[in-house]
Design a binder for this molecule. Sequence first.
Ligand SMILES: [Fe+2]
Length: 234
Amino acid sequence: MRLIGRLRNAQRLADRFRTVWPLEEKDMGIKMDVIRVGMLETNCYMIYDEDLKEAIITDPGDNAAFIKECIEERGVTPVAILLTHAHGDHVMAIPELRESYKVPVYIHELDEPMLNNGRFNMSNFSIYLEDSDIRLKGGEELEIGGMKIRVIFTPGHTPGGVCYYFYEAGFMLSGDTMFYRSWGRTDFPGGSETDLMNSLRYLLENVPPETVVYPGHEMATKIADERRMHGYRD
Ligand SMILES: [Fe+2]
């Protein structure tokens, strides 16, 4: 009975923690693990250069202990927490990770009021930024852990939603703005269907078609495939 329990547990961990390879064609030594966390199975990504071993953690929505386990297993040092937006299912492990690793949180300034208001972020958790955290406006060019990242402002799902475009590596984190054959909801506080549609159009028309897109939930897609889905004829 105990052995079956252990096997089930191992399977459960394997299901939630798997390595994806964004760079099959361009091997730049960057690795990415997707850690599925929380009831809504948010994709928390751990991205790191395998030589530097400095990790970016994105959208740590829950299960801080499990995220820490993954960090230790890979032997990486977290250097930044990037948030695509402030909804509760993307942020709840922040206090514990920040306490353990003292890393700055990056978030668009328009989502900060949502982060520190549990009613609006739908988690009942209020998380306050510190002076060392980074408020984004969109358009920034970041270099973290040896990786170059462009911040793209994509409001609609929330007022301060952003996508992180790793332009050298050829992939993008789309949060809850763009999903596989779908897009984010706009019926939560601060959501705007018009803004979301404009954000989607911007991504489809400006991010290179070969870019792999890693969303906040469910599976990855490609800009080219989403363009076809939206009726673009290439
Ligand atoms: Fe969300």
